[in-house]
Design a protein around this ligand. Structure first.
Ligand code: SF4
Length: 138
């Protein structure tokens, strides 16, 4: 059993299955990880969804870099869930440019005001994660 300390810190790490091995039966989560509150809330929501076994966060930068295994993961994913911090939809555009299917996408800034800070609230992370679970039927 893992113990949690500060946000993101787990003393006994939960070992995740490899994306490539589970993608076919798993909701893959792609996140922009933008350097503003909404990007970081989206990131933390993706981490939370992964820890709750609602999906598996995967490396969207690898898609942008043209990594073949990651392109295949997006191709065979049960669902591609995309979390964008704001209306620029950077994460969605990465998948669109790679011609991969998007099953659900969210723009966090539609629900929370975008601010130039990396300080975020756990309540906002939970709100966005719960919204994704409901809307994407995870
Ligand atoms: S979608 Fe918005 S928050 Fe995310 S990386 Fe792009 S500009 Fe930054």
């Amino acid at each position: 059993m893992s113990k949690k300390g500060e946000i993101g810190v787990t003393f006994q790490p939960k070992i995740l299955p490899l994306c490539y091995e589970v993608a076919e039966h798993e909701n893959m989560i792609w996140i922009c990880d933008g350097a503003a509150n909404v990007g970081q809330i989206g990131h933390a929501a993706g981490v939370l969804l992964t820890k709750l076994d609602k999906g598996r966060m995967c490396c969207i930068v690898a898609i942008a870099a043209g990594s073949k295994p990651h392109l295949e993961i997006a191709e065979k994913a049960k669902k591609n869930i995309v979390i964008n911090g704001c209306g620029k939809r950077c994460a969605s555009k990465v998948l669109e440019k790679a011609e991969k299917r998007i099953d659900y996408e969210i723009d966090v800034s539609k629900y929370l005001q975008k601010m130039p800070t990396l300080d975020i609230y756990e309540a906002d992370v939970k709100k966005i994660a719960e919204m994704i679970i409901k809307e994407a039927k995870l």
